[in-house]
Write a protein that binds this ligand. Structure first.
Ligand SMILES: [Zn+2]
Ligand SMILES: [Zn+2]
Length: 220
């Protein structure tokens, strides 16, 4: 309710009106092809595997995102998490749907909230994004994953620590067929991979990871 009463400000530049103004929206950095077909990293030409994912066993078939995770996008996502801006899920879903084709899937689900993170009035951006995308794609959206371990938040951990931290961190209710797994940001891929592993173990045939933004670790 409170969201409706507070004056809306652009989370990137602070201009009044909407949580993401038209000028900032137009300046957000799209993640455009060529990409690695598997992990979605930008590459010099289309490849089946890239430097970032070669040699890694990934539980998901592909990962796609709307935006590069640069400073503006980081500010936007952290404000989205802290302030729980409801209008933003629709903007984020529109940006994702612009670049990610509707997956051939039977269900959309999402990565559950970080352990220890206090959700502002229960608002979880990954869930809102998943729900909004599912509506656009006319697919059901349901929670399937739970945090099962005692993993810490990923922020501030090294790549190796991230992978170790989330291994076995998720459990999943039974699933079948192709699943779309939604999260807000793909950073190292460790969280998406651990969540996808749990879905696979619970019966999923194939998993497509879809996120709002993706960190770029190598420049090609
Ligand atoms: Zn703005
Ligand atoms: Zn790759």
């Amino acid at each position: 309710m409170l969201d409706l009463l507070l004056p809306q400000r652009c989370l990137v530049c602070g201009a009044g009106g909407t949580p993401l103004c038209a000028a900032c929206r137009a300046r957000l950095p799209p993640l455009t092809p060529p990409l690695c077909a598997r992990c979605g990293a930008p590459t010099a030409w289309p490849v089946a595997r890239c430097r970032e994912c070669a040699g890694r066993r990934l539980a998901f078939a592909s990962a796609r995102a709307a935006l590069r995770y640069d400073e503006d996008v980081r500010r936007l996502v952290s404000a989205w998490k802290e302030q729980g801006q409801r209008g933003l899920a629709e903007d984020a879903a529109a940006l994702v749907a612009d670049v990610v084709a509707r997956p051939a899937a039977v269900l959309v689900t999402f990565v559950p909230a970080d352990p220890g993170r206090r959700l502002r009035r229960g608002y979880h951006p990954a869930q809102r994004l998943a729900e909004s995308l599912a509506r656009r794609w006319q697919l059901p959206c349901e929670p399937r994953l739970q945090r099962s371990g005692t993993s810490r938040r990923q922020r501030g951990l090294s790549l190796a620590e991230r992978r170790r931290n989330v291994r076995g961190a998720f459990g999943s209710a039974p699933v079948r067929g192709s699943i779309v797994l939604v999260d807000d940001v793909y950073t190292s891929g460790a969280t998406a991979n651990a969540a996808a592993s749990a879905l696979r173990a619970a019966g999923a045939a194939r998993i497509e990871v879809v996120t709002f933004a993706r960190a770029i670790r190598f420049s090609h």
